[in-house]
Each structure stands twice: as C-alpha cells, then as structure tokens.
Design a binder for this molecule. Structure first.
Ligand code: DC
Length: 211
C-alpha cells in the first residue's frame, strides 16, 4: 500500500507526509533527502554539483542509514540537489532504492508514504493514493526562511524566494522525470491552510482512495 505525496519545495508535503505515515502506521521516505545527500556528497568532496561522474558515484554509494540530516538541510545542499536531480543516470541509480522501500517497507510495516516530485508519475505510478501538494511561492519562501533562520542561517527571505523560483523552474522544466501532478493525483493547496487543516483534507482524500 503506497501513498505518493508530490509537490514543490516547502509546499508542506514533508510535514504532511510524515503525519500521514504516523496516522496510517506506514513507513516514511523523504526522497528529496536522497538527492540532497547526493548533492552534499559531491560538493563536500570539492566537486562541482554539475559533475555527472561524481554525482553518479555518490548516488551509487548512497546509504539511507548514513544520511547526515543536518548537513543536507542547508540552502546549498538544496541547490546542489536540484542540479544532480536533473541527471538521468543519477535518477536511475536512486530509483530501485525508492521502489524497494515502497514495496518492502522496513520493520514489517504494511505500507509506505513517499514524498518527492515524481513519486506518483514515475517511482510508484500504481500508488493507491496520490496527492500533489502546492502553495504560493511567497508562502513557501516564508516557511523555508523561518526554517533556515531557526538553524542560524543568515539568508534573507527575498533570497529564499529567488531560490525557490529557480528550483521550481529547474524541477519542472528538466527532461528527466519533471515535477508535475500525475493525471490521477489530488491537488491540495496549503497556502491558506494550517497544518491540521491540510492533514484533515489529506486524510479525507486518502481514506476515500484506499476505500
Ligand atoms: O524536497 P526537497 O527540497 O528536499 O528536494 C530537493 C531536490 O531534489 C529538489 O530540487 C528536487 C529533487 N527531487 C527530485 O527531483 N525528485 C524527488 N522525488 C525528490 C526530490
């Protein structure tokens, strides 16, 4: 049983997906963290994130249990992630890992929630329920800025908005698995919703889809 939660950066999909996994007793995989880990591995080894050989080697060596949560949450790791995520060989190297998690969730759990950009379209096109979570760019920039500011980053809100627009463009326009809602995805705009209200709306959609 797979629930796919896709959407752009800081749309609220991560928070939502985590809450859904807890609610249904499913495993949770943040697939953006995989691309972030690859981007971070490449840049911290001194390579350019556009270096495809270095990115592919990092993707092949990716170990879910070794991801450094703190290091991958910076704006730099996010920017590097969106560059390596546009490389088809990198996406292919990470595909099996994601599908394996979806179809054999850890700890014997009977389902999985995956969040990302292409879960409903490419990774798990047969997911039982698909959500595409969005919010206006200004709202997403505010949320991401508050998050980054809490961890002591000196970045301005205007810079975050610019990064978000740039990342949306790169994620949506790339040829390999671009970010787009699956034909059978339910759209959920969280711009004017509290976390609780978004969660309630998502559960209503998913309960119906799961029957
Ligand atoms: O959701 P996030 O900001 O952590 O994602 C980081 C980058 O990874 C983002 O620019 C798009 C990319 N990504 C992707 O291409 N496919 C996914 N399934 C998840 C993330």
């Amino acid at each position: 049983m797979v629930i796919a939660v896709d959407g752009p950066a800081a749309s609220g999909k991560g928070t939502l997906a985590r809450k859904l996994a807890a609610h249904y007793g499913f495993a949770y995989l943040d697939t953006g963290s995989l691309y972030r880990a690859v981007g971070h591995a490449v840049t911290s080894a001194g390579h350019d994130p556009a270096d495809e050989m270095a990115a592919l080697a990092a993707a092949r060596n990716l170990d879910l249990s070794k991801i450094d949560e703190r290091a991958i949450r910076t704006a730099e790791a996010g920017a590097a992630a969106s560059i390596v995520a546009a490389m088809p060989p990198v996406r292919a190297a990470i595909l099996d890992l994601q599908r394996n998690f979806a179809h054999n969730p850890p700890n014997g759990l009977r389902g999985a929630v995956l969040d990302g950009r292409d879960i409903g379209t490419v990774v798990c096109p047969d997911a039982k329920a698909k959500l595409f979570v969005t919010a206006r760019p200004e709202i997403r920039a505010r949320r991401r800025w508050l998050e980054l500011n809490n961890s002591g980053s000196g970045i301005t809100e205007a810079q975050v908005l610019e990064d978000i627009r740039e990342r949306d463009r790169r994620d949506a326009e790339r040829a390999a698995s671009p970010m787009k809602p699956a034909d059978d995805a339910h759209l959920l705009d969280t711009s004017d919703l509290s976390i609780e209200a978004a969660f309630g709306a998502a559960v209503a959609i998913i309960d119906k889809a799961l029957g």
